[in-house]
Design a protein. Structure first.
Length: 432
């Protein structure tokens, strides 16, 4: 039986810019994760195979199943004579001529309908593009390619241009307990919704003790627990009904803050809730408790943006450094997690200077928020946000600044090039 060409409808092809594999994603770019798909790559060069391999390890392809082999289009034609084709085939063609077209025609004979084909080639030529489009090829990348080119291309196949863009997940976590991570998460979410007019959902993941309900002066009967304990019921309508509306653009998925049961979750327990939220809201702010469990680790690694909140002491510095190192290693194609310093300037408390903290981490804080018990205490007791108490206060301004950075509206000032300072050597000496 002669099988169909790769794809029924034609796709607009645009040659991708070559990007070095080490370039992290731009702050304002958002690549939605790919669904559970199968991908097979047939490479001709080790460089392309390495880029594809690295792409397969990217968090956005975490659900995809990737197999790489060498041999290019000829190997693909051979392989699919006797076996079904996957969701995506990536073919590399080293040749500088249009020979790839003949191989594609052969491949079309054995390719299942619905399989998408991405071609990596060396020829930058509009006539070739046109011929590839005519054959239903979904994307054409010009070698040398970087990891993100592959991630972007594959994920792009599953988020059609006319579909609603998926929401951005912003995770906020404290380097230590009680450093103000929740206060900052709630105030930043308030600003994303109110100042940037982005529909936002705050998800309180501290199920036993979360304070989002108190902070927003809400006491909803339902919330995150109803979703996470009934995974079979999760869909956008169900999750939508669990939200309580705080302002025009801000809703809350509240924690029960009750101790009638315990909250031991498996690593993937929250996946379905997050997927449902991100398919419906442009911005989801996660208030993550200060814990290190399978699900907190996974949630941080899979977030689009991360904010670590720290207070200026040695334990916070060590924990921030450990979190940043782990997250950078697990997310090599993303920009590094942001951090902010909070509760700076507690009277009589010896503190690590902001400049030293920044030097030790080789990165400036995205914001530095002073200790202000009057302001924060009033806000907490009244169930109000800082901006509601004083919109022009410098701390309210810091929350607006964080909101812009975390949604990619503004690039954070980064300090680069320094090396570890005596503070971190002190930590290492202690370990030894
Ligand atoms: N900059 C600040 N100045 C003074 N008080 C603050 C500041 N930031 C937060 N707080 C107060 O610190 C307390 C702890 O804040 P919050 O609950 O946000 O911390 P957390 O890191 O989320 O704690 P937990 O580990 O319990 O989740 C609250 O009473 C809050 O009002
Ligand atoms: Mg908290």
């Amino acid at each position: 039986m002669i099988k169909h060409a790769f794809k029924a409808e034609e796709t607009e092809l645009a040659p991708s810019e070559p990007i070095l594999p080490t370039d992290p994603i731009a702050p304002d770019e958002h690549i939605a994760p790919a669904p559970r798909i199968s991908i097979q790559a047939f490479c001709e060069t080790m460089e392309t195979a390495a880029a594809v391999q690295a792409a397969g390890e990217d968090r956005r392809l975490g659900k995809a199943h990737l197999k790489i082999q060498m041999g290019g289009a000829a190997a693909a034609v051979e392989a699919y004579r006797s076996s079904p084709t996957p969701n995506v085939i990536l073919l590399e063609s080293e040749t500088r001529s249009h020979d790839i077209l003949a191989s594609l025609d052969q491949l079309a004979e054995v390719c299942d309908a619905g399989t998408r084909v991405i071609v990596v080639g060396r020829v930058n030529d509009v006539i070739l593009y046109r011929e590839l489009v005519r054959r239903g090829v979904s994307d054409y990348l010009i070698a040398p390619i970087g990891t993100l080119d592959v991630v972007r291309s594959i994920c792009g196949l599953f988020s059609p241009v006319d579909a609603k863009p998926l929401g951005r997940i912003v995770a906020v976590v404290g380097a230590k307990g009680g450093v103000g991570a929740s206060s900052i998460a709630h105030n930043v979410a308030w600003s994303i919704a109110g100042d940037l007019n982005m529909d936002t959902v705050v998800t309180d993941l501290d199920l036993a003790f979360g304070t989002a309900g108190l902070d927003y002066n809400q006491d909803p009967p339902q919330g995150i627990a109803d979703a996470v304990f009934s995974p079979e019921r999760i869909d956008t309508n169900f999750v939508d009904r669990l939200l309580s509306k705080c302002t025009d653009h801000l809703s809350l998925l509240a924690a029960p803050a009750a101790l009638d049961r315990v909250y031991d979750f498996a690593s993937e327990s929250f996946e379905a809730v997050f997927d449902s939220l991100r398919s419906n809201v442009p911005c989801v702010v996660l208030d993550i408790p200060h814990q290190w469990t399978g699900w907190t680790r996974r949630t941080l690694i899979n977030a689009d943006d991360i904010l670590i909140v720290a207070s200026p002491d040695l334990a916070n510095l060590r924990n921030t450094k450990n979190l940043v190192d782990l997250l950078r290693a697990a997310r090599p194609n993303d920009h590094r997690p942001f951090y902010c310093l909070n509760q700076v300037g507690v009277p009589k408390r010896p503190e690590i200077k902001v400049a030293d903290f920044a030097k030790a981490l080789d990165d400036d804080p995205a914001a530095t928020i002073p200790f202000d018990p009057q302001l924060f205490g009033t806000a907490a007791n009244n169930g109000q946000m800082i901006a509601e108490i004083s919109s022009s206060h410098k701390t309210a301004e810091s929350f607006r600044h964080l909101a812009q950075i975390l949604t990619g509206r503004m690039e954070a000032k980064r300090q680069r090039g320094g090396f570890l300072t005596p503070l971190l050597s002190r930590l290492r000496q202690r370990k030894a």
